[in-house]
Structure formats: structure tokens, C-alpha cells
Design a protein around this ligand. Structure first.
Ligand SMILES: Cc1cc2nc3c(=O)[nH]c(=O)nc-3n(C[C@H](O)[C@H](O)[C@H](O)COP(=O)(O)OP(=O)(O)OC[C@H]3O[C@@H](n4cnc5c(N)ncnc54)[C@H](O)[C@@H]3O)c2cc1C
Length: 403
């Protein structure tokens, strides 16, 4: 099986997919590549590396998708206020369509509607203007159009700007991660969990292996895809990296009759969607408000300080969402998740070789659900084929990590 190559967007490379190397055609000594992290990006990287013929072993300290991935809204979208980055996301959406078909991700491709009120509409207008320049042109909506385009949605009065996109999608991120890992295994990768990487062996400035809670492993390459733990992994290589601290709250409800396939963004306040099995997911777009009871959460990663606070947030979030989508009113919160976004300081992906450590590669980014397919492909291209993905030039680790 080989993927079709097709040109995606002006200025961007043809979708980077490497052919599967049949066992008999592989070099006798395959490259041994360790992947640290079993979130969606690590799982995609492991899949695409193994598919390209590498001898892959993935180490996950807890369980697949246990990090930011399972706490994600998992909206696959191009929308960002940066032209180059938007095109990378669109390219990844094409790769998503391929991986959805190849690995059975059950993504829901229903598009999205975003709206803003007067005080927030500049940023949304800017994003729509950038989308206009791509193949995914937005449809500008009036206040009344929103409920016509998606019956059951009531944005309220004073909508200053709104648009609909046709190609956005969403997934169950835990299921998608499991599907990638199943594919990686079929391509020969080993997936170890729980298995924490506790030390990294570097000799003569090059990766030689790792020490884990399940023993030592010799490696030729090491890929860190450890989300908010990335600074800790970089420290094991004597490298310094700082990320922003961005908590986020997500609530899953008990299933209700299915009413929509779209993802909604209400004025940078809420994002919400419904899964095919009827569960709603709703989330505050920005983190918790700066209240005294959130002081700890706003400072460092931690579980909810107590179950009552979690329950209160769950019910409040559902009630806020019901102002726009009455169908969710009174739904039971069944999972109330406090997540921490892997967030580079400039909110752009970090992807590429670790400066000064031969054989080490790092990926850490927000919007990792959107970007997982394309970053997996480019990592495989760069590591297995040794061919630079020039489209990643603006996202290199060297802008934050010194050699
Ligand atoms: C509230 C919220 C909403 C979001 N909404 C969206 C959205 O709508 N769309 C979108 O595209 N993105 C969204 N994101 C971002 C997205 O979820 C992340 O970018 C993505 O999940 C990152 O995946 P990852 O595999 O890099 O990291 P993670 O999922 O965090 O996985 C890292 C893994 O590394 C493991 N690990 C760490 N250290 C070690 C070690 N020493 N040894 C072994 N294993 C280790 C951890 O256990 C973890 O499982 C959202 C995130 C949050 C929190």
C-alpha cells in the first residue's frame, strides 16, 4: 500500500508520505528509534517512522493519551492568525483525511461556526481574512444565518462577526491515539507502557540510548514528544526549554440524541461539539478566570484541588453552553477534565532536531490534534530519509533551545 502524493497548497510541499518499505527491501541494520510519549503526536510519529521502515520503540510513562491528548477539545481546524502556520494546519487536515481512511479514526467532518461580539471581533476577522486566501474559504454569516446554518444554535444578540468553515472536523482523541498505536504495531513498532524514560545516554554529542523503568535500550535516534513534560526531557539532555502555562477545562456529558456534527466557537469564551455517540464536549477557550480559588491551578500543573470544585465547574460550563445550545441544558457532566496545553511561548509548533545533540528530535506544540498527521510524516521524512522538511523552518527548536 502506498499513499497518493498530491499537491496541497501553493508554496507548500506535496503531502509528505513515505512509502511502506517491505521487509525484504529494508537495510539489514534498521535505524533504532525511540519515541518518548504516547500522546497523539507520539503515536503518529511512531506510526510514520515504523511505516517508513525504522525499528521503533515507544515509551509511555503512564498510558496512551494520558497527557494533554485526552483532555483536548480535539477540533481539527486551520484557524490561526498566521498565514504560514494556517497553511501547515491545512496541509495536516489533508493528511488527517488520509490517516482517517487508512487507520479508521472515525473523524467527524462537519465544519465549524465561530462568532464574536463587538469586543472580540477583530481577531476573528483577521482569521477569516487569512482563510480567504486558502482553498478553505469561510462563509461569512449574519446573526440570523447562524441559527439557519445550524438549527438549535442561538448566539444571542449583538454578534459582530461570524463565519462558517466547511472542512473542519473533530475526533475522539483517545480513540485516534489508539488507532495510531495499533497501526504502529502492525508496522512492527513496540509500544511500552507504563515505562518512563528516566535518563538519556549521550556519547560524543550523539544519542546512544535511554534508561527506563523497564531497563536500558540502545538507540540511534530519540524523539521527544512529551507535551508539557518536554522541559524535563530536554533537561535530561542538558538543554533548557521553557513553555507557557495554559490550563484548560473540558467537560464530557452523558449521551443525548445527536443534533450536530459541527464544532462551535462562541466569541473566544466557549468551544463545544457533540460526538457520534451523543456525548457533548464543552470547554472554556481561555483558561480559568483569575480568581483566588484558581490561584494554584494558574501557577502549576495539578489535579482539581477537590471534587466539589470540579463538579461546580462542570455544571457551570454546561449551563453556559446551554445559553447558545439549549439541547445541552441539564446534561450530566460525566468527565470533568483539567488539562494543561503544551504551549510554546510564541504559540507556534516546535519541531526538529535538538540543537547540539546528534540523533535527538523534539516536537512540542499546541493544536497537536490538528497537527499530529503532518508532524508524524515530516519527522519520518527527516529522521529516516535524512531529507529536510523546509516547511518546518519557522518552527525549529533552535529558536528556543541553545546548542
Ligand atoms: C483543554 C485543551 C483543549 C485543546 N483543544 C485542542 C483542539 O481543539 N485542537 C487541537 O488541535 N489541539 C487542542 N489541544 C492541544 C492538544 O491536545 C495537544 O497539542 C496534543 O494533545 C499534544 O499531544 P502530544 O502527543 O504532543 O502530548 P501529550 O498528549 O501531552 O502526550 C505526552 C505524553 O508523554 C508522556 N511522557 C512524558 N514524560 C515521559 C517520560 N519521561 N517517559 C515516558 N513518557 C513520558 C506523558 O505521559 C504523555 O502521555 C487542546 C489541549 C487542551 C489541554
Amino acid at each position: 500500500m502506498t499513499f497518493q502524493r498530491r499537491s496541497v497548497l501553493g508554496g507548500f510541499a506535496a503531502l509528505a508520505t513515505l512509502p511502506i518499505i517491505p521487509a525484504h527491501a529494508r537495510p539489514t541494520r534498521r535505524q533504532r528509534i525511540g519515541v518518548i510519549g504516547g500522546g497523539i503526536i507520539g503515536a503518529s510519529v511512531a506510526t510514520h517512522l515504523a511505516r517508513a521502515g525504522a525499528d521503533v520503540i515507544l515509551f509511555e510513562k503512564s498510558r496512551p493519551a494520558a497527557g494533554a491528548t485526552e483532555k483536548s477539545v480535539a477540533w481539527i481546524n486551520p484557524v490561526v492568525n498566521d498565514d504560514h502556520y494556517m497553511k501547515l494546519r491545512l496541509e495536516s487536515m489533508n493528511a488527517w483525511a488520509q490517516d482517517d481512511r487508512a487507520y479508521g479514526m472515525k473523524a467527524i467532518w462537519g465544519g465549524s461556526i465561530s462568532w464574536a461580539y463587538a469586543n472580540k471581533n477583530d481577531a476573528l476577522r483577521e482569521k477569516a481574512a487569512l482563510l480567504e486566501t486558502t482553498s478553505d474559504k469561510p462563509r461569512i454569516l449574519s446573526e440570523a444565518d447562524i441559527s439557519r446554518a445550524s438549527p438549535g444554535i442561538w448566539p444571542g444578540k449583538d454578534v459582530a462577526f461570524a463565519f462558517q468553515t466547511a472542512r473542519d472536523g473533530h475526533v475522539d482523541p483517545v480513540f485516534a491515539t489508539q488507532r495510531y498505536l495499533a497501526a504502529a504495531k502492525r508496522y512492527g513498532a513496540r509500544i511500552l507502557y507504563p515505562c518512563e524514560v528516566t535518563a538519556i545516554r549521550i556519547e560524543g554529542g550523539a544519542i546512544k540510548g535511554v534508561t527506563t523503568t523497564r531497563g536500558d535500550f540502545d538507540l540511534d535516534h530519540l524523539v521527544s514528544v512529551t507535551g508539557t513534560d518536554t522541559p524535563r526531557i530536554m533537561a535530561l539532555m542538558d538543554r533548557k526549554l521553557e513553555l507557557a502555562h495554559k490550563p484548560g477545562l473540558v467537560v464530557h456529558t452523558a449521551p443525548r440524541p445527536v443534533t450536530t456534527k459541527l464544532v462551535y466557537e462562541a466569541s473566544s469564551i466557549l468551544e463545544f461539539k457533540q460526538y457520534a455517540d451523543g456525548r457533548y464536549l464543552t470547554s472554556f477557550t481561555s483558561g480559568p478566570p483569575r480568581l483566588p480559588q484558581h490561584a494554584e491551578i494558574l501557577q502549576h500543573q495539578m489535579p482539581f484541588p477537590d471534587a466539589m470544585l470540579a463538579q461546580h465547574h462542570g455544571e457551570m460550563l454546561i449551563a453556559r453552553t446551554a445559553e447558545y445550545m439549549p439541547a445541552i441544558a441539564g446534561a450530566q457532566p460525566v468527565r470533568i477534565l483539567l488539562g494543561f496545553r503544551p504551549y510554546p511561548l510564541d504559540n507556534r509548533p516546535i519541531a526538529g532536531p535538538v540543537p547540539g545533540v546528534k540523533g535527538a528530535y523534539v516536537i512540542v506544540t499546541h493544536s497537536g490534534i490538528t497537527l499530529a498527521p503532518i508532524l508524524g510524516r515530516y519527522a519520518a521524512q527527516e529522521i529516516v530519509q535524512g531529507r529536510d522538511a523546509t516547511v518546518l523552518t519557522p518552527y525549529r527548536p533552535s529558536r528556543y533551545i541553545d546548542a
